[in-house]
Design a protein around this ligand. Sequence first.
Ligand SMILES: Nc1ncnc2c1ncn2[C@@H]1O[C@H](COP(=O)(O)OP(=O)(O)O)[C@@H](O)[C@H]1O
Ligand SMILES: O=C(CO)[C@@H](O)[C@H](O)COP(=O)(O)O
Length: 475
Amino acid sequence: MVKVAGIDSSTQSCKVVVVDGDTGEILASGRASHPDGSEVAPAAWWDALQQAASQVDLSDVAAVAVAGQQHGMVCLDADGEVIRDALLWNDTRSAQAAVDLVNDFGDGDAEAGGRWWADAVGSVPVASYTVTKLRWLADNETDNAAKVAAVALPHDWLTWKLLGTGHLEDLVTDRSDASGTGYFDPVSNQYRRDILAAALRIDEAAAEKIVLPRVAEPGEVVGKGTLGGASFDVGAGMGDNAGSALGMGLKAGDMVVSIGTSGVVCGVSETPSRDASGLVSGFADATGRFLPLACTLNGARVLDATARTLGVDHNELSDLALAADSGSDGLVFVPYMEGERTPNLPDATGSLHGLTLTSMTRENLARSAVEGIVCSLVDALDCLVDSGAQVERVLLTGGAAASSAVQSVAPRLFPVPVAMPAAGEYVALGSARQAAWAHSGEAEPPTWKLEVTDLPKGEPDPSVVERYRSVRPWS
Ligand SMILES: Nc1ncnc2c1ncn2[C@@H]1O[C@H](COP(=O)(O)OP(=O)(O)O)[C@@H](O)[C@H]1O
Ligand SMILES: O=C(CO)[C@@H](O)[C@H](O)COP(=O)(O)O
């Protein structure tokens, strides 16, 4: 048996799994928390990674790969030092920079700009993307912008720490994460230095000198890494959503619906997506294909906040939600509590509608929060359907998928059957699968079995989505 390890450095925590590389069976796992906030010192991720890794035995692990939260801006100076705390995917301070960048490339016309961006890199920038964070840096922290010698993403930086050379030239990434920067074209597999230059307001000659991580092949060994005295092959790693797709061995027609910090709907595709409206991101996956994706800013934390407000834990919140009727007696919770990305409403706030003397109960509040999140993801799924995605089944994952209430509500509201993969950390499993693939030297990743359980359909209730759509702040 070849043992491999996969790492998921996501928004709220770092998870490590040690896996049988032949079967995908999880042999051991570790976990450590990340600090709160949308601006984080990358050193905190490295600390958490080491802490999570110290909970497992890596001594006989042959290969490791890191999947990470997408888009975060890690700027390094010429000595390889981090210039400022990373701005994460859910930091919306660069919303105006996104508007400016779209307009700039459309000669002041946002629609033309959208078409230009979709054609150039497959996605229209919103505040989440790295490119907008770089423009924000150029406009707001000129001293820091002037120091930028390299730009990496969270998983690139952690992979580089594992490789341990400290040389900027050894930074390495993969197509999936590069495709979330806004300055990488996942069709030609080339960086767009002209876009990088525009973002940083520098000329192209200066942009050429900025080190961007080399884009490795999906199944490549990018070097030898060390951690806690163990040494191993290192895979290229990937963005976390490409990680869950690889961890599940996603097939055409299956859509991952992840309710972690973000809400995500994505599926693999043989063809690139170019949605000029910007609702669907035209990302790459971790196998050489594409990963059209719609992402919301408001996933599991909406339930965290609701549980906190009601003074209950997640199991009690779920019990409360399940004690209410479908439709929450008319209470509708629009969950845009951190602004929203799908659709692009960075300044939006959450709202409660339909409050009456009878609807205002703890049970209805709990259920409306669950229904609100699921409805926002039904909207996201619709964006993918509208862009031509093949949608036959939803595979539910992410931290909040553990909620019985989510498992009960989702099949009533999604227009396709919903299944749950067996409990597991699929992002970390995806990076483990990539590690096994890289170590094997084979052309394809190893075949691992995915166990899924179909969730009972329940009584479909289209009125819940209809009522939600009648009050959400867009149509
Ligand atoms: N049983 C549960 N019900 C609802 N939410 C849950 C439950 N268990 C965990 N969560 C929430 O899931 C989130 C963590 O999910 P995870 O997918 O690990 O997030 P991320 O990958 O963004 O760090 C946290 O906000 C946590 O409170
Ligand atoms: O921005 C996106 C996808 O475009 C997010 O999905 C991030 O990749 C963070 O993921 P989680 O920590 O919520 O898993």
